[in-house]
Design a binder for this molecule. Sequence first.
Ligand code: ASP
Length: 584
Amino acid sequence: MYRTHTCGELRLSEANQNVTLAGWVQRVRKFGGLTFVDIRDRYGVTQLAFNQQNNAELCEAAEQLGREYVVQASGIVVERTSKNPNLPTGDIEIQVTDLQVLNASKVPPFLIENDTDGGDDLRMQYRYLDLRRPSVQKNLILRHNIAQEARRYLCNLGFLEIETPFLIKSTPEGARDFVVPSRMNPGQFYALPQSPQTFKQLLMVSGYDKYFQIVRCFRDEDLRADRQPEFTQIDCEMAFVEREDVLQTFEGLLHHIFRYVKNYDLGEVIRMSYDEAMQLYGSDKPDIRFGMQFVELNNLVQGKGFKVFDEAELVVGIVAKGAADYTRKQIDELTEWMKRPQIGAKGLVYARVGEDGSVKSSVDKFYSEADLQAVATAMGAEKGDLIFIVSGEAAKARKQLSELRLEMGSRLGLRRPDDFKALWVLDFPVLEWDEEDQRWIACHHPFTRPKNAATLLTENPATLKAEAYDLVLNGNEIAGGSIRIHERELQSKMFELLGFSPEEAQRKFGFLLGAFEYGAPPHGGIAFGFDRLCSILGGADVIRDFIAFPKNNSGRDVMIDAPSSIDDKQMNELKLRLQEITKA
Ligand code: ASP
């Protein structure tokens, strides 16, 4: 037997027992005739004690141990004379009677501790060592727990976990496909699924009325800081449901996960329309842990001679509570922050409400004290508050102010990682106009049901609203879905609106259109971004820390060095050379 206990298990209650532990050497310390070795496994750390006087040979062997050696130690559990209250096993140590080195280790390239000296790249290159660190293990354990609770909740409701294929044909979720060449069909390619969307809809046609899958999805997107080319969804679909059924089922899932994984009562999941979210927060995924709602000021500030505001489609502001003591320097710095290309504001107007109730602004030239008081009143600003105002084209101004709102929320400590609030955002537009391609594209995907399905081809496409919903947690979209189109004719109309020719629609989605001719039930579903959900519950920003073997920001796995070129033989087999394809 390699071990009787784990390295995190022993307490005073086991004193005087003979035990055997196995683990990795964390540290070796020598105090005169005594040597202490901390050994670690994923359950914790236990101190091994060696006494020169009792057994000189064993003591010397212990001194020879290097960091990350794998050892097995047997001995007796004894109460420590100097206890370590920071360690669950800190009341005891093992007086070792036998020590075996199971395997030696090179000196690791960084410290295998929570506070490591290893930089990102190094830790990714040696991810198998990084994964030994308790802080990373904690994240993967959390991930496991969330997955188990999601399964438990869904299975209890009668959902079936069904796998769908990875080697498929394009599923439109708005990104590029990763493709896989087919050796047996030269010149032809599979696409890896961007989501199981079409398959889960087919499962509804097949009568599996509650489906879920914790599934990998693949999207070849230009990598933004926190996107992974392969990521995991909790993918779900239900038949014979209306929007309300879906919302209740899946806010139930979120409540369940919070309750059983974090022992946290998430409280009410409020609902807000997309239009309202944009108007009040300038975002379709507002962080509602704090107020700072937008107030539109066109009526109050236009026509007073300040050209910037007069010419703007929208003048809109927020109040930062208690921030009137922001110095000029701090505000200048925020203004510069807003002007960075990522945000692109032209400027930032501010006004302070002083302790005497007076309002002083950066545009005093144009506005009387009474004008400014009216603005402050309209915005609900009180003594000691700081007002920020941006202006311009409505969509841009909202987006810019939304960034500022989040930034101020963070600066004022209103976005605590241990505080959670969720909401549904509903009634998204069906379509958005793609300037580059000069055509309508689906906001969600082409299978989403418009609210007034009958008017699909007669109404102005810009005003169509969808039976779509997003679940937003702390300012992150953690899930999104919709009620689907289940009628062939309507689905064809939608493809038409999206600029597909009937032939193209048939070629790409003929299988789905065909299935809709054989009794497709009304259905709808949702998919959770599982990695993101884990990171939020773990109180962290970076999803990479919640994935065992993630890719870096350039989409590379630096540990195995992928992607990489393949040898000529493989290239030839796959007929990947133009010449070969022509021949074939
Ligand atoms: N397939 C969608 C997505 O990946 C989710 C859904 O509509 O269920 O976003």
